[in-house]
Design a protein around this ligand. Structure first.
Ligand code: GLN
Length: 449
């Protein structure tokens, strides 16, 4: 088949799949095409290309007559999503050689629908970061501009899609790690309702707020991938099957809110016409609630990396205590250590009130949002608080970086779905009530036009 007359990287996922299903393009040829692009990755977006595997799969798929919903789709996954038999390192020296013993549910679902996983993408170590600069394997360049960072923590997935190495990508979003790099790479990025996509087989950072998220070029592709990945999973006790009521999904005249307490940059004004004013006085507390709970859960989740149970180890320890100390000192990066120390501090006997305050703030926010969503169907916010950071800018001040998450963390701590659209350098974020993911897509489509 004469595939090479096409520039496949310009396809949307949905168009590509239709062509592949109808044999208008050959999956073997297109897989080779994207693998070539992946091997020439100039952005440090990928940590590994699964060349042999992807090709073998493409060969097998090409003989199938009944074809899945994602037939032949070239996908990149973030390096904290387990793919059986492949390394998942969470971009950490701690897991540099860790081979996944099983498939995460999201990977299994991709494979069941005939997608092809081309490689694993760079990220901030253990998904802790906002610019991508915390990877143990170097920073990722923005997929649209070499002078800019890609944004984190799912830096590689965003850059890979934006630079045409794949047609869709998965990330994880604990506090904005899909939406922020999506905005900075001019992509659509999505964090689903908490529980609607299984977390089974993700390397955990902060379990009560994180979700697998999706990068695509448009909302139609997003909706397709979400329909494949979402659903109750008996391997994840926090997963929920949302029954999407058709009335809510369609909602002919959605009421959209803008938040009284924040100043929307002037570029957002055109999007704010016809919106109604709502009040969320505690919005800015999201950040404090997020960093309290995220660090506490990180400290406890990362406890398992001790040189015995999982991950890298050292040979020169004289006692068990020594072993733990040496391993964790040697293989964790600075930001990961900072979060473990902060988290354990907040959870300690003397300071436990900090943790309690964090959870109280989050409880209040959830209540506020529940009330607000009785009056509006969606809320508009910027995604990133600033345009993409320059590649060589100093990115060592943690508070400066934490503040960049101002607009994204709210959706995580309250568990609501949120999508970012590539309409401004900082993205346009739309949030909806818990379980209204499809309504959110339908509202997003209007703004996309
Ligand atoms: N920037 C946030 C943090 O560093 C978000 C991380 C994420 O979503 N994984 O915690």
């Amino acid at each position: 088949m004469k595939n090479l007359e096409f520039k496949f990287e310009d396809f949307t996922a949905s168009d590509f799949i239709n062509n592949a299903i109808e044999n208008k393009v050959s999956v073997v040829e297109t897989t080779k095409y994207f693998l070539e692009r992946c091997k020439n990755d100039k952005k440090n977006a990928l940590l590994e290309v699964f060349e042999k595997d992807a090709l073998k799969r493409a060969e097998e798929l090409s003989h199938k007559t009944i074809r899945g919903k994602l037939f032949g789709l070239p996908v990149i996954i973030k390096d904290n999503i387990l793919y059986k038999g492949h390394i998942s390192s969470a971009a950490s020296k701690m897991l540099e050689d860790f081979i996944s013993p099983y498939n995460s549910t999201v990977v299994q679902k991709l494979l069941d629908e005939d997608a092809i996983i081309l490689g694993r993408s760079n990220m901030d170590e253990f998904a802790m970061g906002t610019t991508g600069s915390n990877s143990a394997f170097g920073i990722t360049k923005n997929g649209t501009d070499d002078n800019l960072v890609s944004g984190g923590s799912s830096s590689g997935s965003a850059s890979a899609l934006a630079s045409g190495l794949c047609l869709a990508a998965l990330g994880t979003d604990t506090g904005g790690s899909v939406r922020l790099p999506a905005a900075w790479n001019k992509l659509v990025g999505f964090k689903p309702t908490y529980g609607s996509i299984s977390r089974y087989g993700l390397i955990a950072f902060a379990s009560s707020i994180e979700q697998c998220g999706i990068f695509t070029k448009n909302v139609t592709d997003l909706s397709l991938l979400y329909s494949v990945l979402s659903g109750k999973d008996e391997n994840d006790a926090s997963s929920v099957c949302y029954v999407h009521d058709t009335h809510k999904m369609l909602c002919p005249t959605p009421k959209i809110g803008r938040i009284k307490e924040i100043t929307y940059p002037k570029e957002y004004q055109p999007f704010l016409k016809d919106t109604v004013e709502i009040s969320i006085p505690n919005l800015s507390l999201s950040l404090a609630g997020y960093y309290t709970v995220a660090t506490a859960e990180a400290a406890s989740n990362l406890d398992r990396f001790d040189g015995v149970k999982y991950g890298s180890t050292v040979k020169d320890a004289e006692s068990v205590g020594d072993l733990y100390t040496n391993v964790r000192t040697k293989y964790f990066g600075t930001e990961v250590k900072r979060r473990i120390i902060t988290g354990n501090y907040n959870l300690s006997n003397e300071n436990y009130d900090i943790y309690k305050m964090g959870t109280a703030v989050i409880r209040d926010l959830k209540k506020t949002f529940e009330k607000v969503f009785q009056n509006v169907d969606a809320i508009l916010l910027p995604t990133a608080s600033i345009p993409p950071v320059k590649l060589h800018e100093d990115m060592t001040d943690p508070l400066k970086l934490y503040n960049m998450d101002l607009y994204t963390v709210t959706a995580n701590v309250t568990g609501i779905p949120s999508v970012t659209l590539p309409v401004l350098p900082t993205g346009l974020q739309i949030l909806a009530a818990r379980g209204n993911d499809y309504l959110l897509f339908n509202i997003a489509r209007r703004f996309e036009k």
